[in-house]
Ligand binder design. Sequence first.
Ligand SMILES: Cc1cc2nc3c(=O)[nH]c(=O)nc-3n(C[C@H](O)[C@H](O)[C@H](O)COP(=O)(O)OP(=O)(O)OC[C@H]3O[C@@H](n4cnc5c(N)ncnc54)[C@H](O)[C@@H]3O)c2cc1C
Length: 419
Amino acid sequence: MSGGATVHVVGAGLAGLSCAVRLVGRGVKVVVYEASSRAGGRCRSFHDRVLDRLIDNGNHILLAGNRAVNEYLAAIGATDALTTIRPACFPFLDLESGERWEIRPNTGRLPWWLLVPARRPPGLGLRDLMAVRALATLPHRWPLGVALHCSPAALRRFWEPLAVAVLNTPFAEGDARLLWEVMRETFLRGEEACRPRLAPHGLGAAFVAPAEAHLRARGGEIRFATPVRGIEFSGSRASGLGFDGEVAALGPADQVILAVPPRNARRLLPELQVPMRMRAIINGHFLIGEPRPEGGRFLGLIGGFAQWVFVRGDVASVTISAGDAIADLPNQEIAARMWNDVSRALGITDRALPPHRIVKEKTATIDQTPASVVFRPPAATRWCNVTMAGDWTDTGLPATVEGAIRSGFLAADRVTTSN
Ligand SMILES: Cc1cc2nc3c(=O)[nH]c(=O)nc-3n(C[C@H](O)[C@H](O)[C@H](O)COP(=O)(O)OP(=O)(O)OC[C@H]3O[C@@H](n4cnc5c(N)ncnc54)[C@H](O)[C@@H]3O)c2cc1C
């Protein structure tokens, strides 16, 4: 990029922040515009008045093999803001049968853990887990229900919970290739790459506040409550950004990164094709009274209403992915049904429903079916100084933190190498 040019980053979610972080690291002048009053987008913390606790909009789980996440945290000085569960362990409870088990991959690339019953869900054969190989060579984008053949036990105890958590889409409809990419970058690289990573002091303290401080310390600017309402074009370039009541002209070498969700992007670039269907994730946070022995950990739940429970301090938080069918239920009903599962999982069924907060993220991610993901756009647009970023763009990965950050890095690379 030529000196004196500015990169205008629209959206201060993790895609926009990671893009800005990489750019200021290269000495580029950056201004970030954020519509809301805070950064973080779909990955944020807030103080909840009912619980009087700092909670996250939703539980986020990262894996140690998420290389863009690692690079981002290192850049903003927040590597220690995530705790890593080592050795990698994914504990489960079947609420119907009462069985508990753990998935414990081994070190090294040869996955001998599949041969050890104590390291894999009960009732699963080796063939059930090796079904993943079929995903490696798919000729087309296929839904998992067509691409992956396994026993009912394997579906219930391994593939379904994994795929729904990763793709936020019902198992049978989920895009097989996207799940394969995650398996390839984590589970198939051995124990170290699939160590779960959690944010014990909240997502804001890990991903957002250090990035804001990092940007400001390097001359980057973040303007909150500043939605970009429109983009003006001239020839093949964007020539101005429209804000409430004014249009700011872009310099001849200025660049624009659009790091906003799909519908917002489409409002700014109407010719853009985007995946329009979104999927919900429902979270419930329960004040359980005292810190628990499983603090800082999580548990997968099978056969219930809740799918995952995370314990942080004296708050137990429940996640239900692909939760569209329940998103319109009254909060009280959702809370009661979640608590029924959580209290059983934690062995505190004698407790009445405690103070709680239900957070419905109705547009948590794009629908990740083959029919939707074909509309993910690449980073490049037909405008020579407009680049796309965001978890929903065509990163090759599912819409996750890793995908969002990778898209931000890619956008930064594109604008710093194209001029
Ligand atoms: C409940 C929940 C649980 C999740 N769990 C996980 C998990 O366990 N693991 C995982 O890896 N991922 C998880 N995710 C996904 C992850 O949070 C997202 O992939 C990631 O945060 C998306 O970042 P983004 O920057 O692409 O988009 P966003 O976070 O949506 O950021 C876009 C930003 O643009 C702003 N904006 C929009 N329009 C404009 C405009 N016109 N002008 C200026 N600003 C604008 C928005 O306010 C927002 O801040 C979860 C998501 C949710 C909601």
